[in-house]
Write a protein that binds this ligand. Structure first.
Ligand SMILES: [Zn+2]
Length: 356
């Protein structure tokens, strides 16, 4: 293991902000660059992790992602079940799995306010803060989220190195700089992007959020950051009530199904790849646009969601853009459906890697 910090139309509503200079004028303009990113993305150069077998898709996971939050619609056990299924069917192998270290407080502070980080570390969240979080706060939750954020940072690094990497976790897009909500304590994807920007590893990134819920926290974090393009395709009449504008928001009508969804996504994914030329894309492959999801109101089938994944992956692969995949939400009436939808995401990634 490397000792470095490895680690979610009819009335389509589009909103675009006016790009303004990054407040610090620094992150987006660091002189450092991946340099040979273009060659790394398609040719799958070796990953510098001892024991890693460079024949499949790198997968990031840690058993501690499964923590006890009591009876809850959010099934933290899904991460373990996905890993087990993928191993049993030979889609991935133990040697493909890399375990992350926790994110540092400094990395978390690249997105979250000092006061919010202090409250979390000291277990000092108020009752109202815990209520909007909608999951019971505990040291286990905190540690799990710090670890998961380390996982998304690692996923981004490995994506840059191998072209694509899948995180069996992550996608906590409802966390704002100064508070958490909707099951999301801290915003792992935003922290990972800010980490790589601050290191000068990348200069531009994009977030393609296909969870059924709008990526409110992520949109807020990057609202004035021209280095990061945010795209959210979600059910308009669903949580969150207040949707701060992403660079592009596609708010879908209730009940949108496979064909309409795929058609809209194809168009916008291609535009993001060609018009914005991100050096890294974070894909939030939420399982909750599924027709039988308890918290969603779209009508996608399991096969449609698999096609969705394929559209995103093929679009950015053909554009030579590294893709960091996170799972985000998933609350199907039958938990096994959530696991299957997430497994399909990894299967599509593996298919892509193997050129099938
Ligand atoms: Zn969701």
């Amino acid at each position: 293991m490397d000792t470095t910090n490895l680690c979610d139309v009819a009335d389509s509503r589009r909103t675009r902000r006016t790009a303004t200079p990054h407040p610090s004028g620094s992150d987006a303009r660091k002189s450092g660059s991946t340099g040979d990113r273009d060659t790394g993305a398609r040719q799958g150069r070796g990953i510098g992790i001892p024991g890693y077998r460079d024949t499949g898709i790198p997968v990031v996971h840690h058993p501690a992602y499964e923590f006890d939050i009591g009876p809850h619609v959010f099934p933290t056990r899904k991460y373990r079940l996905i890993r087990t299924r993928l191993l049993q069917e030979d889609t991935i192998h133990e040697s493909d799995i890399v375990m992350p270290e926790s994110a540092s407080d400094e990395q978390v502070a690249l997105v979250h306010t000092a006061d919010y980080v202090r409250k979390i570390k000291e277990g000092d969240l108020s009752v109202p803060e815990q209520m909007i979080l909608e999951v019971p706060f505990s040291p286990g939750l905190r540690d799990g989220m710090w670890l998961c954020t380390g996982g998304s940072i690692l996923t981004a690094r490995l994506a840059l190195e191998s072209g694509i990497c899948a995180h069996l976790g992550g996608g906590f897009h409802h966390a704002f700089p100064d508070h958490g909500e909707g099951f999301c304590l801290i915003n792992d994807v935003a922290i990972a992007i800010r980490t790589l920007l601050s290191e000068g590893v990348i200069e531009r990134a994009a977030v393609v959020d296909c969870d059924v819920h709008h990526g409110n926290g992520t949109a807020a974090v990057f609202s004035d950051d021209p280095a990061v393009y945010t795209f959210s395709m979600h059910q308009e009449r669903n949580y969150p009530a207040w949707k701060p504008p992403s660079d592009l928001d596609i708010g879908l009508d209730d009940g949108v199904g496979d064909e309409e969804y795929i058609s809209i996504l194809q168009r916008h994914a291609a535009e993001i790849a060609s018009n914005h030329r991100p050096e890294l894309v974070f894909y939030l492959a939420g399982a909750d646009p599924y027709c039988h999801d308890q918290l969603g109101g779209l009508d996608l089938t399991i096969d449609g969601l698999k096609r969705r994944d394929r559209v995103v992956m093929e679009t950015f692969q053909s554009a030579d853009v590294p893709l960091a995949v996170t799972l985000a939400g998933g609350y199907a009436i039958r938990p096994d459906d959530t696991v299957e939808i997430h497994c399909n995401t990894i299967r599509e990634a593996a298919r892509l890697v193997h050129g099938e």
